[in-house]
Design a protein around this ligand. Structure first.
Ligand code: NAP
Length: 471
């Protein structure tokens, strides 16, 4: 966002970051095997191609290094305020500015506020009875304890989602005994990762058009998978068959296969990609445990049927708090309206970027913008360009602020939720896309190209441009 803002001529930009570096999720997630499940050629900025990706699916450290490099190469360092957490943002109705409160108690002011907090930044550890009594180390995958030696230990992993399928095969090779607690299995397809050869990197460097062509090819390959998410479609059936074939090829034991076979529509949870996850359960030192957890003891886990599984280390691959978006940042908009109060029934926005009653505020990767089939970077670039158009419109009109119209936002969301009904995200499964009442607040129900088309032109009629004297 800051790179594109600078390019568009906006110079007074401050980037607040609570940690000590850029990279966000790719900085936080350093667990063994952490990598992106979207090919790196596509999971990178269109305006900052990288011919040197080491793998088709490069690892977290490499993605983080890429983002650090972008920060330096595009001159963002002077704009960065690291180790600076924003705890609250209050809109000043009279002066039409945001007052930001920082964790150290000081305040700052800004005309426009853009949230780039993301949807997957607050690790979630379930409140299991007895958890505090556990004698050994226990940690979440997004806060990996590299100081904890796993070699020759009995390790219990709770959770089998996108993060867990990446680190389980890695740690299974080191530990004495690994017990994986699975609440529900996932649909998993092949990953087919490989390193790029030196000649390929040289070629991408020498012919940037080829790098670009590859990016487009990968984009369209992923985009055509949107059909998989249409409930009851032939594409969904053929994808389900493909996932089953993958499982049958990798696991021979029928009982184990059955335990690893989901009973819900493909796409309802994120479709995972892994070539080394299923074979991990063929190892003699790995057990898949499908009985629920009753409580934790100092020396292990008790299952719902009263068995005891001993463990020296507990690892939580239990995901993130995703639906109460932008928490714990307190955002108070026009007339003292609290954003989280407004979102009590579930977060919603207009196009995922603007929220009514919260003027001069925009979000990247906001409500209903997550995808199940393509790169989130594509979605976010569409948002960045839209936000810049909004700022240009603001300047063009000579208005101090804009606020999305309430009726525009509610019509948009009614249509979006209507479209969601035909999508696999709405099928019968538990997922991080749904609130406790079942409303899907994280995902976009359509194609990414459909979203891009809606985001291409900023529509001033969707907004109220506020005069300086207006509340
Ligand atoms: P997740 O997919 O939400 O998985 C959480 C796992 O923990 C699920 O298996 C869940 O079971 C289990 N769980 C949660 N609470 C539990 C409890 N009380 N008892 C037992 N099991 C429990 O989280 P994640 O793996 O961290 O991934 C989240 C998202 O991050 C992904 O969907 C993806 O978008 C992103 N991610 C991306 C990549 C990438 O390659 N780009 C890598 C990692 C993560 P249930 O399924 O039964 O709820």
């Amino acid at each position: 966002m800051a790179i594109l803002l600078k390019r568009a001529g906006y110079q007074r930009i401050t980037l607040y970051e609570k940690s000590g570096g850029v990279g966000g999720t790719w900085r936080d997630n350093s667990y063994p095997g952490a990598a992106c499940d979207v090919p790196s050629r596509l999971y990178s900025f269109s305006f900052a191609p990288n011919p040197d990706w080491s793998h088709v699916f490069s690892g977290a450290a490499e993605i983080n290094a890429y983002l650090e490099r972008c920060a330096s190469d595009f001159g963002l360092r002077p704009h960065l305020r690291l180790n600076t957490e924003v705890t609250a943002a209050h809109w000043q109705d009279d002066r039409k500015v945001w007052r930001l409160t920082l964790a150290d108690g000081t305040t700052d002011e800004t005309d426009v506020l853009v949230s780039a907090l993301g949807q997957l930044n607050r690790p979630q550890i379930p409140a299991i009875d007895g958890l505090d009594s556990f004698a050994g180390p226990s940690f979440h995958s997004a806060r990996w304890r590299h100081d904890v030696e796993l070699g020759n230990k009995a390790v219990a992993v709770i959770g089998t989602g996108a993060s867990a399928v990446q680190f389980i095969p890695q740690i299974a090779r080191q530990v004495r005994q690994l017990t994986v607690f699975q609440r529900s299995p996932n649909w998993i397809i092949t990953r087919n990762d490989r390193p790029y050869a030196a000649w390929e990197k040289r070629l991408f460097r020498a012919a940037p058009w080829l790098d670009k062509a590859m990016r487009y090819a990968i984009y369209w390959f992923m985009e055509q998978r949107i059909g998989v998410f249409k409930l009851g479609s032939k594409r969904a059936d053929s994808f389900t068959l493909m996932a089953l074939r993958h499982l049958f090829a990798q696991v021979k034991d029928p009982k184990l296969r059955k335990a690893l076979t989901p009973d819900y529509a493909i796409g309802c949870k994120r479709i995972l990609i892994a070539d080394d996850y299923f074979p991990t359960f063929n190892r003699p030192n790995v057990t898949l445990e499908t009985t629920g957890i009753a409580r934790i003891h100092p020396d292990g886990v008790e299952t719902a049927d009263g068995r005891r599984v001993s463990a020296d280390v507990l690892i939580f691959g239990t995901g993130f708090a995703t639906t109460d978006m932008l928490q714990p940042l307190e955002i108070v908009g026009a007339g003292g309206v609290r954003l989280h109060q407004q979102w009590q029934e579930g977060a919603e926005a207009y196009l995922g970027v603007s929220v009514t009653n919260v003027p001069n505020f925009f979000m990247l990767y906001g409500p209903n913008t997550n995808l199940g089939h393509n790169s989130i970077i594509f979605m976010m670039e569409a948002q960045m360009r839209y936000i810049i158009q909004a700022l240009n419109a603001l300047l063009g009109q000579g208005a101090p602020a804009l606020d999305v119209r309430a009726d525009t936002q509610s019509t948009y969301n009614a249509e979006l939720q209507q479209q969601m009904r035909a999508n696999a995200f709405s099928a019968d499964c538990g997922s991080w896309y749904k609130t406790a009442s079942g409303k899907i607040v994280n995902n976009w129900p359509g194609s990414s190209i459909g979203y891009w088309l809606r985001m291409r032109r900023f529509n001033p009629a969707a907004y109220r441009f506020l005069a300086r004297s207006e509340p």
